[in-house]
Design a protein around this ligand. Sequence first.
Ligand code: ZN
Length: 254
Amino acid sequence: MNALRRRLQPGLEPEPLVGPGPRPALRAATGLRAATGWLLDLAFPARCAGCGREGAALCQACVPALVVRAGLPGGTPIGLPSETPAPLLQLEWCAPFSGPARRAIHALKYDGEQRLARPLGRAVARRWQAAGAGGDLLVPVPVHADRARERGFDHARLIAEVTAAELDLPLAAILIRARATAAQFRLDHTERAANVRGAFAIDPGALRRRSVAGRWIVLVDDVVTTGATLAACAGELLAAGAAGVSAVTVARER
Ligand SMILES: [Zn+2]
């Protein structure tokens, strides 16, 4: 994990935000979730989001589809037209947004199958372990509060919690949606950038605690398409003094 701890600016040591690993409250929440998950497994056995087989939220046969890029070095081009969208330092993803990866993300977001956060978060951790050039704080891309309320959870945050535990990195949900946005998949490239401009803000509490300044932040999200959302989040974090912002997602949509 030493590579992950490399910093953009050697000698710059911001005060630790939450120390290595999740906060005690987060650990308790994760423990509670594990216990709840166990009870849920008893009452409602999971069905694989990839192939429908009963047993696990994602079966062993479908997991490999989620980590097809796990072993590739960082920045491996796969013939996509767009480069890393500025101002991101690095953008990595685990799999194309198709097959079991797509079905697993949909089942988590729209069917509320929260057990999928585990295999998805692990896939993100594996990809970042292999390809991440650095970073010292994970930050999930937030869904709008209304949508989180409707669903009862924030899917990117659930994924990021698993990733943070796997990578032994701190997690801080310091971004908030300043306003609702239209669904990005309905828009073209130019519209997407305009749609998310000014859509994100940093939790004022995090600014007071100086949680952002000097940090190399790694954004975590489920799917990246043009990268407009990640770029908008990165812009806010850099404006608040982040040393750099990279991003890793479960899937990339062509
Ligand atoms: Zn399966």
